[in-house]
Design a protein around this ligand. Sequence first.
Ligand code: PLP
Length: 277
Amino acid sequence: MQHLLAKYGVTHTLLSVEDLAGIERVLRETPTRLVVFESPTNPVTKIADLAHLTGHARRAKCLTVMDNTFAGFHNHGGYDIDIFLHSLTKFASGHGDVMGGAIIANSELIAAMRKDVVSMGATLDPHAAFLIQRGMRTYFLRYERQCANALAVSLFLHAHPRIKRVFYPGLESHPQHLLAKRQMRDFGSVVSFDLDGAWDAGNRFAEALEFFSITSSVGSTESLVMPPQLLGGQEYTAAQRDAALIGRGTVRLSVGVEDASDLIADLAQALEKAFPQ
Ligand SMILES: *Cc1c(COP(=O)(O)O)cnc(C)c1O
């Protein structure tokens, strides 16, 4: 939106997904065609109030586009959302070995988009399609296990003295836990937290982990970590980073299907190495 669509004269307003009053005001004052959002948000799992957000959009006669990748296919289908986006690279394929994406919408909208999407080259090759289709057979098994592990990991992190804040919608301490519980069947595999000690500690922590690979993806069978050095978001201004709650010690985990106690033991030893006495 900032770089590509701007070239074609498309303007936008950037707001926090929690800022319902701001969203309502912009929709009232600015002619708007699309509301684009995600929930839970990357990386700190803010939750969009879907009933209110889609209600405001409907009244303003604009379409809603929800990136539903973190929540997965089995969440949010009952809401009045026009277009769902999914990265198939993540939970759908599940093994971190293929890239793809999906748009889910009514046939009229799909027909309106299909030609342009094909012209722009977003067509899967057969082998990628095969890998994603095979991954989909275990989608829910993996997702369920990843959620259970993510909750166990987030409870461990929440109780750890070196960790300032943990962001996981399944935790009762999450400011929007009750909203997430109303809207979602489960809470996903992404857990973020703020390490005391910021960058240096984050780097030592990520390097010391044995079960978590340092990478920018999520939703794989194996656990993944994004240290603050990668999460910094070079494209964001300081104000945008603050609004997104990304601090100098923010770490994002994507929790995999490994044994939860192995993951917790690994996090514990890496936290010790992150803070040498
Ligand atoms: C990874 C990701 C994308 C981009 O998907 P790719 O398949 O990597 O191009 C978009 N949205 C969310 C929420 C993601 O996690």
